[in-house]
Design a protein around this ligand. Sequence first.
Ligand SMILES: NC(=O)c1ccc[n+]([C@@H]2O[C@H](COP(=O)([O-])OP(=O)(O)OC[C@H]3O[C@@H](n4cnc5c(N)ncnc54)[C@H](O)[C@@H]3O)[C@@H](O)[C@H]2O)c1
Ligand SMILES: O=P(O)(O)OC[C@@H](O)[C@@H](O)[C@H](O)[C@H](O)CO
Length: 487
Amino acid sequence: MKNVSELYTRPSRPIKILQFGEGVFLRAFADYAVDIANEENNFNGNIAVILPRSGKTDRFAKQNNIYTVCLRGQQDGQVYKENRVITSIDSVISARDEYDAFMALAHEDALEFVISNTTDAGIAYNEADQFSDCPPSTFPAKLTKFLYERYTYYQGDIQKGLVMVPTELNDDNGQLLKSCVLQYAALWNLDDAFTAWLASACRFVDTLVDRIVAGYPAGNIDAIQEELGYEDALLDQAEPFSLWVIGDPSLADKFTIGSDKFHVEFTDNIQAFKEQKVRILNGAHTSMVLGAYLSGLDYVGQCMADPVVRRSLDQTVFGEIVPTVDLPREKAEAFAKAVYERFENPFVNHALLAISLNSISKWKGRILPTFKDSVAATGKLPKWLTYSLAALLAFYRSTEEGDGCLIGARAAGNTYEIHDDAEKLAFIKENAAKATAEYVRAVMSRSDFWGEDLTAIAGFADAVTAHIDRMAEVGVKAHIEELGRDA
Ligand SMILES: NC(=O)c1ccc[n+]([C@@H]2O[C@H](COP(=O)([O-])OP(=O)(O)OC[C@H]3O[C@@H](n4cnc5c(N)ncnc54)[C@H](O)[C@@H]3O)[C@@H](O)[C@H]2O)c1
Ligand SMILES: O=P(O)(O)OC[C@@H](O)[C@@H](O)[C@H](O)[C@H](O)CO
């Protein structure tokens, strides 16, 4: 069978977008949108992708940066299938191994936008980063060096500023990225004229993204390749639903990437979209997947079909999350029901382990605000959201180290990888063998993990400890079952 790159060619276009991150999400979301815009909206711009961390570019080079996005799901009651070969990625460059090529992109005349997705942990500031590092460690530090190179090369030309359009799910992602860049500019004593150029020539826009991307369909790749008639090692599977909310209406004329196939909303009220999506959709994921995985399930679709896990999700979403969302109840419930249909998508297997990546920052960003609103409104700990932290701490509890991760073990018999920031995993490992109450208190009291000391919330640490003990005693599934019964 031929490779996709033997059947399709990549048109040459000016590089208009620099993209930090080569992950499955950006490739099935932003790059898919740009590809359509090139075809339908005369966007006329290609993308240069930067690997923000270690990693190899070979798998992209082997395919001339060409790959397929396969959308599968239900739309308007019908089965929807779309295969799009993406030919808009000009180059894939490792910031670490090809630093000079990365910096040379700052001289590209047509460059206008910087897109990123480096996970919720990626927009970070590390004061150990030096200007002389090539490259410095974090994504914002790399971006600062890139912007400085462009500012210097074009001698502060106001026309050569860039628009930063980050897609990480952090609150106010654009403003967060801007504050990190300004911190680096101050740390490195970069000239005031550069900071003035950042303010006048560049823009940092807040955005919110929504599309479930499962990535490479390892389980049924043979059938898909058979259907397509070619091989594709970069194939990326996702749902048809798409929404990119961009918090700057004035960008609509410049960033022309919306179409019937890809929905873009320019607004100056991003918060309403954000709270609903992050609390309900991402909150449902983060509260459900770790316990469901420990109870023996592997995919979101299986959770939806399992009566015990499904009941727990119903009670979590409709009983504890929806009441905290600042929207009329019917609207929030309608959104939650639509999310359920997306979770039930029979064509896309969304792996629980894929969602488990960096769960500590996810729990902090996607559950803790809901948890606190619920405590404030009801005067008691919400049962399921409390349990969700216990499930997280049980899932993470391991003293065994793997390659850049910890290794957990499931009652079902297999081991699994636990991925999070290295310092968080090191702390977990150090404390995992302690008695449950001690382990729980040690982790929950780390304000730098959660933004506050969670043991200061009355009764919370004891309740989490009790959940973990009960899971160990009767099994995770039986514990979810009994919790659901005494609703
Ligand atoms: N997959 C989805 O359904 C989906 C949907 C919406 C949003 N997202 C967002 O996309 C992010 C990435 O998800 P994905 O599915 O593409 O995963 P992925 O593992 O395929 O890609 C992760 C990307 O983030 C980079 N990265 C990870 N940690 C980093 C760090 N500390 N600093 C810099 N770069 C870092 C990796 O190099 C890689 O480019 C998620 O955190 C989420 O915010 C994903
Ligand atoms: O992508 P992550 O790892 O940040 O979070 C996992 C999921 O909750 C997330 O990918 C959702 O599927 C997505 O946010 C839907 O738009």
